[in-house]
Design a protein around this ligand. Structure first.
Ligand code: UDP
Length: 491
């Protein structure tokens, strides 16, 4: 490779905003410190308004190029009931020919490829091009250890995982309780379990795995991944996080409205309620949340999204209207308690489907976050010093909730699993009141803890910090474009 020409790093993102946003952030982080040419290949679902908006506004031709590859139509290959994860795995598999032709026809040949957790089959394309290749796990190290160890558990354990009484032991890591398992492990007969194992095995086809956490936050799991688990991991793991958005690109009139409203509220008094880019809850649950928020007498911003199907992640490909109380909101309105919208109008703001989350979480009036615990939302909350009520719905979110509540001490969990049961109004009122306190006054130890974590996060990204150093090591491989085996021991 000609060392005088900048390296050309290509990032491949699978469909869904929860995948696209972290990939763009990873790319931006590389560009801050390293002179790469950067291209993001985004497999787009084409149904999400916000996705197109983010893609449009994120495109910054002077810094990087975004190439959209429309998702192939795989509807005839799967039953309508297929899990969202299965649909993403298959979409990525059937996109391989388009990805290959895009990669080989780039005006400047790629010198490295980074894929996300659903794109691991594209590693073979990098292999054919003889360039370094990485997997970016936009989640945390404990999840990564379970994932990489799952093929071993698959051999060790008979029957359904959910029928096991004992937690699953992962060498060097905190065991995982059956009730905290990730979605693909809930039914071993489901296609998503098979795909999950295939992708776990594919991790070792990369040259290294990058993970969106940092050493101080998850030292034990990261040590295990590069130590006790290296027999199954086979390639080094680099913690490069927390990589989160600092500002929103999809700003508009609604953002102004929300900020104006937040500006009028006292410091740390407002609860933000949102279930991520794809989360939905039943109408029954929507009603209980409404009752609970009203009962709590706390101020709130609630991103309300209609349930569109049976599953909690049903809106994964479709969210993003971003209109405060627009016409589509009328259907949800019917399910609120009578007179609710009128009664709460001085203390609550209802946002339809999509809010500028980072802007909201950064606002000084925010005191707590009722979150579905998607890792992107978790990091946005931690890096803005906001404690949480953990309301996990799908994917690895139950693990995330346990990590936040039991290990880090920055969240409280609901007593019943919101993924299975309706959380009652009294409990909701109690949880959110504890988070911001009566009359906005609370001696909440979670707030102190989350502030400590924020400081540690900032440190890890500064020059000399653990994530800064890890990122520089990966960047060196990309800059040189050499297909060298990265040193096994990352220290
Ligand atoms: N998000 C947002 N506004 C919303 C809902 C979500 O900006 O109303 C963003 C959020 O800030 C985060 C991403 O969408 O960056 C969601 O990712 P996460 O990992 O939290 O969850 P997922 O949507 O993948 O379940």
């Amino acid at each position: 490779m000609d060392l005088h020409k900048p390296a050309h790093l290509v990032l491949l993102s699978s469909p869904g905003l929860g995948h696209l946003i972290p990939m763009i952030e990873l790319g931006k982080r590389f560009l801050i410190h390293h002179k790469f040419k950067l291209t993001i290949l985004a497999i787009t679902s084409q149904t999400s308004h916000t996705e197109s908006q983010i893609l449009r506004s994120a495109t910054n031709p002077s810094l990087y190029t975004i190439i959209q590859i429309p998702s192939p139509n795989i509807s005839s290959l799967l039953p309508p009931s297929a899990a969202v994860a299965t649909r993403i795995y298959l979409t990525m598999r059937h996109s391989l020919p388009s990805i290959k032709s895009t990669l080989t026809n780039l005006p400047i040949p790629p010198s490295s490829l980074i894929v996300d957790i659903f794109g691991t089959e594209a590693l073979t394309l990098a292999q054919q091009l003889n360039i370094p290749k990485f997997v970016y796990v936009a989640s945390h190290a404990w999840f990564l250890s379970l994932w990489v160890y799952s093929p071993v558990l698959d051999k060790q354990i008979q029957g359904q995982y959910t029928d096991q009484k004992e937690p699953f032991k992962i060498p060097g890591c905190k065991p995982v309780r059956p009730e905290d398992l990730v979605d693909p492990m809930l039914d071993r007969n489901d296609l998503q379990h098979k795909e999950y194992l295939v992708s776990a095995n594919n991790l070792s086809k990369s040259d290294a795995v990058l993970v969106n956490t940092w050493d101080d936050l998850q030292h034990r799991d990261l040590k295990a991944l590069n130590g006790e688990l290296s027999g199954v991991m086979k390639v080094p793991v680099f913690a490069v996080g927390p990589l989160v958005r600092q500002t929103e690109s999809e700003t508009g009139q609604d953002t102004e409205l929300i900020i104006q409203w937040l500006n009028k509220q006292p410091k740390e008094s407002v609860i933000y309620v949102s279930f991520g880019s794809g989360g939905t809850v039943s109408y029954e649950q929507i009603k209980e949340i409404a009752f609970g928020l009203e009962l709590s007498k706390q101020r709130f911003v609630w991103v309300v999204r209609a349930p569109t199907a049976e599953s909690a992640d049903a809106a994964f490909f479709t969210t993003g209207s971003n209109n405060v109380l627009d016409d589509e909101f009328d259907e949800i309105r019917k399910h609120f308690p009578e007179g609710f919208v009128e009664r709460i109008k001085n203390v609550g703001l209802l946002v339809n489907e999509w809010a500028p989350q980072v802007t909201v979480l950064k606002h000084p009036s925010i005191g707590g976050f009722v979150s579905h615990c998607g890792w992107g939302s978790v990091l946005e909350s931690l890096t803005n010093g906001v404690p949480m009520v953990a309301w996990p719905l799908y994917a690895e979110q139950k693990m995330n909730a346990t990590l936040l509540a039991e290990e880090l001490g920055v969240a409280v969990k609901t007593t019943v699993s919101p993924a299975k049961y309706v959380v009652g109004r009294e409990e909701i009122a109690r949880l959110v009141t504890n988070l911001v306190g009566q009359n906005g006054k609370s001696n909440n130890p979670m707030r102190d803890k989350v502030r400590e974590i924020k400081v540690s996060a900032d440190k890890s990204l500064c020059q000399g910090g653990s994530s800064y150093t890890a990122m520089s090591k990966v960047a060196k491989v990309i800059e040189r474009g050499e297909l060298i085996a990265i040193k096994k021991n990352v220290e």
